[in-house]
Design a binder for this molecule. Sequence first.
Ligand code: ADP
Length: 413
Amino acid sequence: MTLYTVIMLALLAAVGITLWIVFRRWQNDIEAHQNERSTWQRLMQDQLLQERDDRDRLLNALSDAFLLVDENQRIRFANEAASELCNSQSLANRTLRETFIDPRLTGALIKGLESEDPIRTRITLSEHASPRRKAENRGISAWIIDTARLPAHGKFPPLTRIIIRDITPEYLAEQIRKDFVANASHELRTPMAIINGYLENLLDDDMLEDRETSKRFLTVMRKHAGRMSRIIEDMLVISRLESGEENPLNIEPFKLLDCIQDTLERLESLIRAQQAEIQIKLSDDGMVIHGDRFYWTQALFNLIENALKQNPRPGLKIQIGGDLEGGRQRIWVSDNGIGIPRSDLPFIFRRFYRVDKNHTQSEIKGTGLGLSIVKRAIEAHDGIITATSTPGTETKFLISVPITPSQRPALEL
Ligand code: ADP
């Protein structure tokens, strides 16, 4: 082997080794690059999952139902509130018509889908048309449907976001307020019209000279003015109790017996006029109530006055009682009068509800607000009131209020 051959072989070997080293390095670089890429891909994937999880958690935290719907009316995303509302685990890929049964509700949703502009629709549904289906037990329900188109994004088609908000409690509160205003105006308008009529007679027909007639007219007017002021007083009491103030009550300990006696004193002339027999039956004469004495007196007054008003005949017996049962204080007013028909019992605590609807103005015995005041006053004390009636035998209003440790009789009175 010549020297030349040796050198050539050595050179070839050197080139070969260098190429191998370069190749290995290149291979290592590719491997490192691939590792880096898959780590980065994993990180991106994790991040995407995290973002999707954050989005889902955020949308699931909404108490309103939230849906994303595509152009074909198919649901692409539904939060938990939406699934709960429709009582279905998976709403994805279902169409709106398959998901919501009521045509008015679906109509409102589709109108939103077709509109370029955001739309807010308010609808009320009967019990069987509610999206809550069998879980609905509120009679009528009210909803706000809020839709807005989300613009197309890259290769993704446009979607519409739908929010379905249950506004039934607000709707019912508004209804009650409307009824209250309508009833109150009606109740006030009648005595007002009577007073106006008598005033016109007195002034226009020159009756002021006739002292006898004037006096008669003025007496009637005073009676109706008194009635108006009682309605207004009762409305003010209700509005104070419903003012939404955190603590509308002035809580203090007082003896139930004192409160009963105050009330009976105020009603003394009526009791005497009707020769009613009053029996007080307390398990403990020192029974102490921790509550707002003003409202307790008002509640007892309304209950006892009702028993007297509804039974203007001799032989009426009224019992006012109080005892302890199951850690609660029970206070009741019962009478043996004409009673309340079973069909009226569920409604007597409603505002302006009267059992006898066929009365004339002069026969109306109360404002129709008495029992609703009693109910609200007792509820403000975390209590409940129930009424039972066997006409002619016993009509009983039973109040039950909790005794918390702080409410136990501890003070010397
Ligand atoms: P009112 O101011 O007209 O008395 P309430 O709200 O106090 O209104 O009572 C509602 C209705 O319940 C009354 O109109 C009356 O018909 C009936 N009622 C309440 N208490 C009695 C009772 N002790 N006996 C018979 N009926 C009663």
